[in-house]
Every structure is written in structure tokens, then in C-alpha cells.
Design a protein. Structure first.
Length: 79
């Protein structure tokens, strides 16, 4: 986004909040700071999605399990 647009947003929020009492402003600042910290701590590591399949079953057992869990419904529901 353009910096001028971002500054307009910040100024609009500031005009809205400038008459708040000190405690409310302090609470908002704390929540904003916490939102930055939470974002950094809880970032998802996409590289964790990669890697080899780990299973104690052999290939035939896995295939049988997949096929047995399939559901085929041939009935058409009426509306």
C-alpha cells in the first residue's frame, strides 16, 4: 500500500482515539504490542510439511487401508 494511504489510516485512528483516557490508550498499546509478539512466536514453519512418509505398515497394508476407507454412494438424493 502507498505510504500516504497508510498515514491517512493512522491519522484517522489517532483522531478517533486522542480523547480516550490514559488507561484505555495504555491498554490499546499493550494489545498492539502483544499482537506483534504473538505473530512472531506462532509463525507456521512451512518446511515442516516436507519429509518422508513414516509408517510401520508395508505398502500393501497402506493401500488396503485406503481402499477400505473409501465410501461410494450411488444413490441420488431428492431435493
Amino acid at each position: 500500500m502507498d505510504i500516504a494511504v497508510e498515514n491517512k489510516k493512522v491519522n484517522r485512528y489517532f483522531r478517533f482515539m486522542k480523547n480516550w483516557d490514559s488507561k484505555s490508550k495504555r491498554d490499546l498499546i499493550i494489545k498492539l504490542i502483544d499482537s506483534f509478539e504473538d505473530k512472531n512466536e506462532n509463525q507456521y514453519d512451512f518446511s515442516a510439511c516436507f519429509g518422508a512418509w513414516e509408517d510401520s505398515r508395508n505398502a500393501d497394508e497402506i493401500i488396503d487401508d485406503i481402499r477400505s476407507s473409501r465410501i461410494n454412494i450411488r444413490e441420488i438424493e431428492n431435493f
